[in-house]
Design a protein around this ligand. Sequence first.
Ligand SMILES: C[S@@+](CC[C@H](N)C(=O)[O-])C[C@H]1O[C@@H](n2cnc3c(N)ncnc32)[C@H](O)[C@@H]1O
Length: 385
Amino acid sequence: MKGKVEAIGKGGYGIVFREGKTVFVPYVIEGEEIEFEIEKKKSSVYFGKAVEIIKSSEKRVKPVCKYYGVCGGCNFQHISYDYQLKLKRKILINNLKRIAKVEIPFEVETIPSPFTEKYRTKVTFKIINGKIGFFKRNSNELIEIEECIIANEKINDFLKEIKGNNLIESVKKGEIIVLSNGEKISAVLKSGRKKNYLTDEKGLFFELLGLKYFFTPISFIQSNLYNLKTMLSLLREEIEKGGESAADLFSGTGFFAMLLSKYFKKVYSYEIKKENIKLQEKNKNINSIENIKIISGNILRKNMIFPSELFVIDPPRGGITKKVIKRVAQAFPEKIIYFSCDSATFSRDTFYFKEKGYSLKKLKILDNFPHSDHFEIFSVFEKAD
Ligand SMILES: C[S@@+](CC[C@H](N)C(=O)[O-])C[C@H]1O[C@@H](n2cnc3c(N)ncnc32)[C@H](O)[C@@H]1O
């Protein structure tokens, strides 16, 4: 079948309309004319694959990775980096229009990643029958790999070193999680309930904006090594005025909470995962911080959120619920800083914030994920006048 790619949608798929069908096709660019085949149907949409690019976009480039198209990781490598960024902005603005019913009256700044390769702080490699790699797109089938171009080079060096490791070769099904701070790595092998460190280091230090952070391979860390400081700097610009109390919802190991503690007398830090809470306590101690109160448990179930002038919210892809937004609004913050890694749930939450009288004052894209359709959103909400 022949068709024209009308837009790039969720998951980085090209959208093609043909004979009353909506077909999602990967690895294409809007405007391209393609010959495609339908592979499967999922509820009302069809998934296909391009067998020929009849009219190619001038934005098309040669992918840098030899596994591209088979490996389930990257999905934007065939697009020039400049256009990847433009597409991300378009996706965000469209979602805000469609889902949040919001038109952004200002230019949305896009902060690129300083490097489009070797940027990942952490990579999870799959192991099947002693072989190391990633799963193929939409499958549990392993593709063995020798390197991952978006992983920090220390991670790739380690991958070479562990080739032929007896312990790994004996694993039927498991994973290796490797963390890098650009100088050293820390790696853990997980198989069933067993956990074995493959390095002497059980975790690594990162020095950021005068603070010392300790992360482990199993704790949460933002993905882009070169944007860690940028994320903190974006927050710092908003909090320099300081105040009585701030809240950090979904606080992980205290990445934002520790910076907040320098500017606010009291910080309420909400987190669910034991490993992250343990490390946040450790990070507090290393930095001699005494004004962070960690509130453990599921924020979605908390009846009470302490009143604070400022909220930082950085949830997983699912975003926050209408219920949490209602409780945040009841805490009467002057300012809400929302970091999001999903433009659809961010747009849904923007709609609920708008219902509670909060409007978007700042909005930026921070590209933490070059070569994939993912991106980070930095936003500031304030009570509408
Ligand atoms: C995107 S991460 C952000 C972590 C932290 N802000 C950072 O920058 O490192 C989301 C965090 O929310 C935590 N989390 C997920 N669901 C949660 C819930 N229902 N209640 C509280 N914390 C949750 C996760 O464990 C994770 O640490």
